[in-house]
Design a binder for this molecule. Structure first.
Ligand code: UDX
Length: 453
């Protein structure tokens, strides 16, 4: 079937390429000329494993196209997805400017009834808002001839993980459809039929529930992480090992092993923003949400833990002045170059503010980090992991890229000036490192000092 997607960002691009891959005819519209040109040439503006070949293949097959023209995009189909950004405003609210502008553009150009699907993560009630705006534009156009059926807005949130988005889209756990009309539901069934072969993944519900499902899912996952980070902080103080505790509780299927890894705090484009937006929804409706507020507060504190551990290892925050600190892993998680709300930023800022020099390495996010900080003498970005260690007094590991899992400790010893590792992802064996002569500090694990002699 034919469909249109507004927004060639992360969600729009993955959605468009995957829907084209299963045979649909997809036209993606974006306002950025450089982006559209690059995409037409098969160049992908984001880092996402597997996406580029998918885009190229479907471009070549003529099932995927890109345009700058909203009029052409709307003319292409009567199923239009909105996948534009909803950046957080100052007060934590999701900024709906782009979403509403697209709704208005659709209403301006449409020449027949249209089903509009919101893919962007939007606060509960946005579907109503988009529909009302579109109807207002339509009636101003004098185009009320299609009656109540003119516009039908469906909520169809995505649950993609960066770095695994293509696989997530192709093999969804569930497809949430919040629709108000039978016609819209039937269209969504046809659209997603190729993903529904063995099990019916489609869950149809009212629009507000669909919108809330997205926030509730992300907030639940964020809650698990913050809970574990809080437990890790307690384990640190009690001399317990959170890794043993993690295995112990994960064995209970009611808890499970997923998303209970303590770490340097969660980042990314979704969790921090969605938890904040959910808290704001509580504020706006006059309903207190202490749990959601705590998830945010705990994460904020957790992002500072790496620096605290570093300062302790070096003998106090003042001792960081004039020292060189190596940082491995900058992106908010592996397999992406996304720096949004990355815990590494908090660590780097704190080290720089304390007068230290940072030598940082990331397999993908070096350039993005350079763009954030600009050229400065106290922040060296290397494009090789070992090079980042040259002369370093300590190494802080913030993001668990595969290539950090089994490093060459012998080579590290010769490159570094000190033998301190602060591990924000609990990748190494504390006893092994102590035996090798390292001072090793992880998250929620008893600290090891080098074996005597
Ligand atoms: C998340 C959701 O998983 C996805 O369903 C939703 O559509 C968008 O938000 P994403 O932000 O890409 O996806 O990353 P995810 O893999 O979920 O990780 C989020 C953050 O949590 C990362 O900073 C990660 O390091 C952290 N995390 C994750 C932990 O600290 N511990 C864990 O156990 C899991």
């Amino acid at each position: 079937m034919k469909l249109t997607i507004f927004g060639a960002g992360y969600v729009g691009l993955v959605t468009g390429a995957c829907l084209a891959e299963v045979g649909h005819d997809v036209l993606v519209c974006d306002v950025d000329p450089a982006r559209v040109d690059a995409l037409k040439a098969g160049r992908i503006p984001i880092f996402e494993p597997g996406l580029e070949p998918l885009v190229r293949r479907n471009l070549a097959a003529g099932r995927l196209g890109f345009t700058l023209s909203a009029a052409d995009a709307v003319a292409h189909s009567d199923l239009v997805m909105i996948a534009v950004g909803t950046p957080p405003a100052e007060n934590g609210d999701a900024d709906l400017g782009h979403v509403l502008a697209v709704g208005e553009a659709i209403a301006t150009h449409m020449t027949r009834p249209v089903t509009v699907v919101t893919k962007s993560t939007v606060p509960v009630g946005t579907g109503d808002l988009v529909e009302a705006r579109m109807r207002a534009v339509l009636s101003a156009r004098g185009g009320a001839e299609w009656g109540d059926d003119a516009v039908s807005v469906v909520s169809n949130p995505e649950f993609l993980k960066e770095g695994a988005a293509v696989g997530d889209f192709m093999k969804p756990d569930r497809i949430i459809v919040g629709a108000a009309s039978e016609r819209a539901t039937a269209l969504m069934r046809t659209l997603y039929q190729p993903f529904n072969r063995n099990h019916d993944r489609l869950m149809v519900m009212d629009r507000r529930s669909a919108e809330l499902t997205k926030y509730a899912a992300n907030a639940m996952l964020a809650t698990k992480i913050s809970f574990m980070n809080e437990m890790a902080g307690l384990a640190d103080r009690l001399g317990a090992d959170i890794e043993a505790v993690r295995l112990g509780i994960g064995a209970d299927p009611r808890i499970g092993y997923h998303f209970i890894y303590p770490g340097a705090g969660f980042g990314g484009s979704c969790f921090p923003k969605d938890v904040r937006a959910l808290r704001r929804s509580g504020e706006v409706t006059g309903y207190e949400m202490p749990l959601v507020a705590a998830v945010e507060a705990v994460n904020d504190r957790q992002k500072h833990v790496m620096f605290e551990k570093l300062a302790t290892a070096l003998g106090g925050a003042e001792a960081i002045r004039g020292r060189t600190i190596a940082v491995w892993g900058l992106a908010f998680k592996p397999n992406t170059d996304d720096m949004r709300e990355a815990p590494s930023l908090r660590l780097i800022d704190a080290v720089l503010a304390a007068g230290g020099t940072v030598r940082a390495y990331d397999p993908a996010a070096g350039t993005a980090t350079r763009a954030l900080y600009g050229e400065r003498a106290d922040l060296v970005i290397t494009f090789d992991a070992q090079e980042a260690l040259d002369g370093a007094d300590a190494l802080c590991l913030v993001t668990e890229w595969q290539e950090f899992r089994v490093p060459d400790f012998g080579a590290m010893e010769t490159r570094m000036a000190g033998r301190i590792i602060i591990d924000g992802r609990n990748l190494y064996d504390p006893d092994d490192l102590a035996a090798r002569g390292w001072r090793y500090s992880a998250i929620g694990r008893p600290q090891r000092v080098p074996a005597a002699g």
